[in-house]
Every structure is written in C-alpha cells, then in structure tokens.
Design a protein around this ligand. Structure first.
Ligand code: ATR
Length: 272
C-alpha cells in the first residue's frame, strides 16, 4: 500500500520537500506519496490529527510550526531537545516521535559534501535565533577550536550559553567586537528575508574561508554577495543542508538512506 508523508508550513508553496522525497522514493523504488500541507496558523495539532486519521505516517515541519511540533511530539530525540524545535515527526499508533535533523544536515553538508573539517577550525555563526540554536550542538560536537556566535541584540546569547555550559570553544560577541578572522562563517540570521546582510566585516573572513548561508534557492544572497566582495571564493547556500536533513528523515521513515549528490545538483540555484 502507498504510504503517505508530508511537509507542513505556512506558506508552503515554495517547499522543495515533495520534489526531494518523491525523487528519493523513485530512485530507491519506494512506494510512497509525499504532499505539501498549508497549515492554518494556530491550528497545528488539529490539522495534524486530521491527517493522521487519513493515514499520514510521517511529517516534516517548517516555518512557523517547528515549536508546535515540539509540543505535539510524545517523545523527542536529543537534537530536538537541544534545538527546542522539531522538524520531523514519525507516527506509530498513538505515538508521535519528534526529531530535528536540521543541525545534522548542516554538519553533514559542510563535512561530507563540501569537504570542510570543522575540527580545530575557527567558526563564526551569525545570529542568535532558532537556526543558530539548532546548529550549535552538531557543530560543537565536531570540535572547532573556537565557535563564536555574533549577536545584534544582546539577550538571547545567555540562553544559548546555558544550553552548552561545558563548551569551552563557545563564545559570544556583538558584531562591532568581532576582531578575528574565521575559517567558516555561517549566516544563521533571518536578514536575507528582509534583503539585508548581517553586519559582518571583510576582516572576519580568513584567507580561504567558507561562507555558508543557511537560506537556499535565492541565488546570491546579500550575505554571500558581501562575502564575495570580501574576496571569499567558497560561497554556498543551504541547499545541501535541506537535502541532507530530508535524507535523514527518509532514512528514519523508510530504513534506507538516499544518495544526496544528484538531488543537490538538481535543485541548486546558481549563485548569481
Ligand atoms: P530563525 O528561527 O530563522 O533563526 P529568529 O529566531 O527570528 O529566526 O532569529 C533571527 C536572528 O537573525 C536573530 O538573531 C536576529 O537578530 P535580533 O535578535 O537582533 O533580531 C537576526 N537578524 C535578523 N535580521 C538581521 C540583520 N539585518 N542583521 C543582523 N542580524 C539579524
């Protein structure tokens, strides 16, 4: 029997998840359907309950429902607890198992696809929101020499610090206080949405640095343009992270991990 999976968000029409999951299923000969659900705001639980009654087996969750999914889950993996957000639910009887594959997807893209080993490197993460919170655990686990989080508005960094009390490599700085050059600079702010670049300076990119924007499908974002203008050659967006987190969900649901390279190539938007 064809099993049903979905992604829920609002808005959702831009989502690449149906294309990715159906593409994985086709290559692997898996009998499944994957749809996009535009969830009404404030009615996450009722909407998901109704789809479960229709046989929904698993669900990916995107903006703005990741915290609703966290609350909905009857149990959660450690990455979800750390991120305070769930991006994948798996249904079995009455249980709804919550996971968060965003951070692991990011780390896999950086290391396996882009060939950048985080261990011993200086890493700069821009922003103190949900995207940063999800990325910190998997990045710290790879042993950077230093991981600095840059903030615009002071406040949320204390919350992030409290999540990783043992992490000696982790520090925090206002943009104006960033003195050093970093090997990897990750844009985890929402600045792209308002057509802006976070105020990182050219001197903050080390020679040979990798500039990574978690946004995807938008071509050269303001942050990547800034990095290029600072002389950075290795500029990438978050398309690889998107495909890697999808592969993790697919593996959780279907027991087999898809190859990601061809799919990343298929949905990459050139950085121009
Ligand atoms: P998400 O869940 O996508 O991470 P979020 O929780 O709203 O979104 O967090 C967005 C982050 O981007 C915040 O750290 C925000 O900074 P503020 O706390 O000062 O709002 C940051 N951000 C958004 N626009 C920015 C900009 N133009 N320059 C620098 N940081 C920006």
């Amino acid at each position: 029997m064809t099993e049903l999976y979905a992604v829920i968000g609002n808005p959702i029409s831009h989502s690449k998840s149906p294309l990715i999951h159906k593409g994985f299923a086709e290559v692997l000969g898996q009998d499944l359907d994957y749809i996009a659900i535009e969830g009404p705001l404030g009615r996450f639980a009722e909407t998901v309950d109704a789809w479960r009654k229709k046989g929904l087996r698993g669900l990916n969750i995107t903006v703005p429902f990741k915290m609703d999914a966290f609350a909905y889950a009857t149990r959660r993996d450690s990455a979800a607890e750390e991120a305070g957000a769930v991006n994948c639910l798996t249904f079995e009887g009455d249980s709804a198992e919550g996971a968060n594959y965003d951070g692991i997807g990011l780390a896999r893209d950086i290391e396996a696809n882009l060939g950048f080993a985080v261990a011993g490197k200086n890493v700069l993460v821009l922003g103190t929101g949900g995207a940063t919170r999800g990325a910190l655990g998997p990045l710290l686990a790879r042993g950077p020499a230093r991981l600095t989080v840059a903030f615009r508005t002071p406040g949320k960094e204390a919350e992030l610090r409290a999540l990783f009390p043992e992490a000696k490599a982790l520090d925090f700085a206002a943009y104006a206080d960033l003195r050093d050059a970093y090997d990897l600079v990750l844009n985890a702010t929402s600045a792209t949405l308002s057509g802006e670049a976070p105020p990182v300076a050219p001197k903050n990119f080390a020679r040979g640095a990798l500039a990574y924007d978690l946004a995807y499908g938008k071509g050269l974002t303001p942050f990547l343009r800034l990095a290029r203008e600072a002389g950075v050659e290795k500029c990438v967006d978050g398309v690889g992270m998107l495909v890697e987190q999808a592969a993790e969900a697919f593996q959780k649901w279907r027991g087999v991990r898809p190859e990601t390279k061809a799919m990343i190539e298929r949905i990459t938007v050139p950085l121009v």
